[in-house]
Design a protein around this ligand. Structure first.
Ligand code: PMP
Length: 358
């Protein structure tokens, strides 16, 4: 039996979503075709658009389906003239795209440094600011509405990578003062390879993929109908079950109470607003890669630092931005839970922890 504790890397697909995707694939049809099969496929897409819009509390005509958040982030960041300001804890699909632009400092607790943000806004004249709502490594929740208000007051475009917020906290496009917001299906119970970019009415959307007139001429290419339908259902379920997400807090606390007993353990972002599902911690004088493999042998799937950059054995840039030293940043493990996590997954982790004795 494997205990899967790596939801921030990818969530297991909900069975209802798998069933729906199977149905859509069996029915087939190109959503641009005018005949009954095409209209049927189109309906799946438009229903999903409503469901995704509902997840972020905005209008369905402002949702563009993409291949994932990497594409959504690239559309916004590649499509705007600088200067662009981002934080040091952004995902590579943001900071690798704007290399050389302005970096906003991060505080040791994982929150954006609001004083530095003020300085950046007032002294560096950015045209666009991009901030992640929930960090994929630490689970720290940023004060997005506050940052968005500052941007709005100064007429700066505001992009939010809300990938790790979906289904974990309430997302409100208007209240957050967003101009653009990226989502990814596989972080909320849908398959990999589908996502959405939500844009403010009347804000021009930069085109990354040109060709046909799909997605109201904003993103060319025949739609991934089945995955989009699945994403819609997953978004609906994530929104409906938001209040149940709290239950994961008890699991996280139980895990953290045990690991804290090891001298010198550091829980990153502890005491800061964090999502209930994520715990990122460093055990002194250990190597995260080795620990992760030991857990793997014990049947526990978790991640060392960020799975998004796995294969690259570098200390986490997120933790480094919080001032964590190289040794501690290289020994960081991340546990992340979600819709299908049960007490038995937690028990399996705790028993592996006793066997490994980090
Ligand atoms: N942003 C964040 C915060 C993420 O966690 C990820 C996925 N690791 C992405 C963007 C990229 O999403 P996708 O896999 O859909 O391209």
């Amino acid at each position: 039996m494997v205990a899967y504790l790596d939801y921030n890397a990818t969530t297991p697909i909900r069975p209802e979503v798998i069933e729906l995707i199977g149905r859509v694939l069996r029915e087939g049809g190109n959503p641009s075709s005018q005949h009954a099969c095409g209209r049927n496929a189109r309906k799946y897409i438009e229903d999903a658009r409503e469901q995704v819009a509902n997840l972020v509390n905005y209008k369905s005509e402002n949702v563009i389906f993409t291949s994932g958040a990497t594409e959504g982030n690239n559309m916004v960041l590649q499509g705007h003239e600088g200067p662009i300001a981002v934080t040091d804890f952004e995902h590579p699909s943001v900071w690798n795209v704007i290399d050389g632009d302005i970096k906003i400092k991060v505080r040791p607790n994982g929150l954006i440094d609001l004083e530095d943000l003020d300085d950046v806004i007032n002294l560096k004249n950015p045209k666009l600011i991009s901030v992640m709502a929930v960090n994929n490594e630490t689970g720290v929740i940023q004060p997005i509405a506050q940052i968005g208000r500052l941007c709005r007051e100064k007429g700066i475009l505001f992009h939010v990578d809300a990938v790790q917020a979906a289904g974990k906290i309430e997302i409100d496009f208007e209240r957050w003062h967003c101009d653009f917001l990226s989502l990814s299906g596989h972080k909320c119970g849908a398959p990999q390879g589908v996502g959405a970019l939500i844009f403010r009415s009347k804000t021009p959307v930069p085109k990354l993929i040109k060709g046909g007139g799909q997605e109201r001429r904003q993103r060319a290419g025949t739609e991934n109908t089945a995955s989009i339908a699945g994403f819609g259902l997953a978004a609906h379920m994530a929104k409906t079950e938001l209040s149940e997400f709290k239950r994961l807090g008890a699991f996280r606390d139980q895990i953290e109470r045990t690991i804290e007993k090891v001298t010198g353990v550091m829980i990153h972002g502890a005491g800061t607003p964090r999502v209930y599902s994520t715990s990122c911690f460093s055990v002194p004088n250990t190597d995260a890669q080795t620990l992760m493999m030991q857990f793997d042998i014990e049947g526990i799937c978790l991640s060392s630092g960020s799975a998004c950059s796995s294969g690259v054995l570098k200390p986490s840039h997120v933790l480094k931005s919080m001032g964590v030293d190289d040794q501690m940043a290289s020994s960081a493990l991340r546990i992340s839970m979600g819709w299908n996590t049960t007490q038995s997954d937690v028990d399996a982790f705790l028993s592996a922890w006793q066997n490994i004795k980090p």
